[in-house]
Design a protein. Structure first.
Length: 317
C-alpha cells in the first residue's frame, strides 16, 4: 500500500472520530440542560416514607413516629373547691359525733343550759352558765364563781382555750321590749366571743319553745310567750348570718302541733326534763360544723372594742 493511500485513510478516520466526539458532546449538553430545567422533587423525611401501596413496612432507618404525651393527672389546685357554708340556713343534719366532740366546748347560757349540762348525759364540756344570765349583761354581771372568785361570763370564757362555744340566751330577755337592743347585743356578744376564742366554732342555739299554760300555772310570768320567742329566734338567726356563725334550729326540734313545747317535756313550761335534755344532746351531736369548712380563708375580723347594749337600749363601751 502506497503512502498516499494510507495517509488518505487515516485522514478520513480522524474526521469520523471528530464528528462522533462533537455529536456526543452535544448530547451531553442537551441532557444536562433538560435536567437543569426540570423542577426539583420535594424531599420527604425518612420517618414518613411509605411504600407505594400505602401499607406495610419501609426498609431503611426511618425514625419511629412520636406518640402524643399522656395528659397529666389533675393536681390539688385543679380540684373544685367545696361549696361555701350557707350561714343563712340552720346547720344541716350530718353523721353523729360522740360525746368526746364536746371535750373542748364551752356552754354559755342560763338555767336552761345548766339543766342540759346536768341531765343530758353529755359528761364533758365547760359549764359557763348562771341562773338569770342575760345577753345584755355578759360583760358586766359577775355571775360565775371560780375558785372562790367572781367573774363575768366573758372573763370566765377568756380563762381557757376552746374549740367550740355554744351560746344559748334569750328567755330571760323576753321581758324586755327591746328587740333592736337584743339583736345588737347578740351581734356584740358574737364579736367578743370571737375575739376571745378566735379558733372556736361559735354555735348560736335557737330558743326551745315554751309551754305557756305551764308557765302561767308555775310562775304567772305573762311576758314568757312563744310569739315573742319566735321574734327572738328570727333575730338570732339574722345575727348568725351577719356574723357568719352556725345557727342551730332547736325550736323546730321541740315544737309540737300546737306550736309550743309539749306538756310532757317540762314541769314549769321552761326547763326540760331528762328525756328532753337527752334529745337536745342528740340534736347537737348530729348538727356540727368544722372550722376549716366554715372559714377556709379565716374567720371574719371583729372590732377591737365591741359595744355592749344594756337592757334599756343604751350603749356601753
Amino acid at each position: 500500500m502506497s503512502r498516499s493511500y494510507r495517509g488518505k485513510r487515516f485522514g478520513r478516520s480522524a474526521a469520523v472520530w471528530a464528528v462522533a466526539a462533537l455529536v456526543a458532546l452535544a448530547v451531553i449538553v442537551t441532557v444536562t440542560a433538560l435536567n437543569a430545567s426540570r423542577p426539583a422533587e420535594p424531599s420527604v423525611p425518612a420517618g414518613n416514607l411509605k411504600p407505594a401501596g400505602g401499607s406495610g413496612d419501609v426498609s431503611g432507618s426511618a425514625a419511629p413516629v412520636q406518640e402524643p404525651a399522656a395528659s397529666e393527672p389533675q393536681t390539688r389546685e385543679d380540684e373544685p373547691l367545696p361549696p361555701a357554708y350557707d350561714f343563712s340556713q340552720p346547720a344541716p343534719e350530718r353523721e353523729a359525733v360522740d360525746n368526746s366532740y364536746f371535750d373542748d366546748a364551752a356552754f354559755v347560757g342560763d338555767s336552761r343550759t345548766d339543766g342540759f349540762m346536768i341531765y343530758s348525759g353529755i359528761g364533758t364540756g365547760k359549764n359557763l352558765t348562771s341562773n338569770g344570765l342575760s345577753i345584755f349583761k355578759l360583760g358586766e354581771k359577775k355571775a360565775l364563781t371560780i375558785d372562790g372568785e367572781k367573774y363575768t361570763l366573758l372573763e370566765a370564757l377568756a380563762m381557757e382555750r376552746y374549740g367550740k362555744v355554744y351560746l344559748s340566751l334569750g328567755v330571760n330577755e323576753l321581758g324586755y321590749q327591746n328587740d333592736e337592743g337584743f339583736y345588737t347585743s347578740y351581734c356584740a356578744a358574737i364579736d367578743e366571743i370571737r375575739r376571745l376564742q378566735p379558733q372556736a366554732v361559735i354555735y348560736i342555739q335557737g330558743l326551745i319553745p315554751l309551754n305557756e299554760e305551764q308557765v302561767m300555772a308555775s310562775s304567772g310570768n305573762q311576758y314568757l310567750t312563744n310569739d315573742h320567742l319566735r321574734v327572738y329566734n328570727s333575730l338570732m338567726r339574722q345575727a348568725a348570718e351577719e356574723k357568719q356563725v352556725v345557727f342551730l334550729d332547736l325550736y323546730s326540734e321541740f315544737v309540737d302541733e300546737n306550736n309550743e313545747l309539749p306538756a310532757e317535756a317540762s314541769r314549769d313550761g321552761v326547763h326540760l326534763g331528762k328525756e328532753y335534755c337527752q334529745q337536745w344532746l342528740a340534736y347537737l351531736k348530729t348538727h356540727t360544723a368544722d372550722f376549716d369548712t366554715l372559714y377556709p380563708n379565716g374567720p371574719p375580723p371583729v372590732e377591737e372594742v365591741p359595744q355592749t347594749i344594756t337592757a334599756d337600749g343604751s350603749e356601753q363601751g
